[in-house]
Design a protein around this ligand. Structure first.
Ligand SMILES: C[S@@+](CC[C@H](N)C(=O)[O-])C[C@H]1O[C@@H](n2cnc3c(N)ncnc32)[C@H](O)[C@@H]1O
Length: 157
């Protein structure tokens, strides 16, 4: 028979898992774009992001993009076409209201989707490059391999 503490921890595990999307929505409702720092280091860590522009431009996807702390610096520093999605509707609404997004809709597009439950949104051109910044740590470990497989299959070779 399962011990009391095992039953309790299964209860909390299932509860956090079930309410994860709602909890992130609450988080972004409270914090909007004021919590995470912009990831201004991405082009330094990954110089391939600064490859010369191509026609059509290469597509970069941030899987679990939150309020755009990775996407917005890439908008300024690179010539990539940027797409992203997050399961928090509030996070995506924050991006959609941002003047930088509104001024660059030909280069940037975001949507709401759950990496675990939904198919990855399709774009006119499949992403060549992608990142998951501080996202896997927000997803239960048993979903990591299926999520990474889904992403691998979605990216261009
Ligand atoms: C720590 S934040 C990082 C956000 C962004 N990548 C950044 O660098 O600022 C983790 C993000 O993962 C998103 N997330 C967690 N689980 C997700 C899932 N199953 N599908 C899509 N997004 C998810 C959350 O809504 C949140 O925006």
């Amino acid at each position: 028979m399962e011990s009391d503490s095992a039953v309790k921890s299964t209860f909390w595990y299932d509860k956090f898992e079930k309410e994860s999307c709602r909890n992130w929505d609450i988080f972004y409702h409270k914090n909007q774009q004021n919590f995470f720092n912009d990831r201004n280091y991405l082009d330094k860590e990954f110089p391939e992001l600064l490859r010369p522009a191509t026609t059509p431009p290469e597509v970069f996807c941030e899987f679990g993009c939150g309020v755009g702390n990775a996407l917005f610096p890439l908008l300024e520093k690179t010539s990539l076409s940027l797409v992203g999605f997050d399961f928090s509707k509030r996070a995506i609404e924050c991006i959609e209201k941002d003047p930088k997004y509104l001024a660059n809709q030909s280069r940037m597009s975001v949507s709401v989707a759950d990496l675990v439950l939904d198919p990855i949104p399709t774009y006119p051109v499949s992403p060549h490059l992608g990142s998951l910044i501080f996202v896997l740590c927000a997803i239960a470990p048993e979903h990591h391999v299926p999520v990474m497989t889904k992403i691998y299959e979605h990216l261009q070779p």
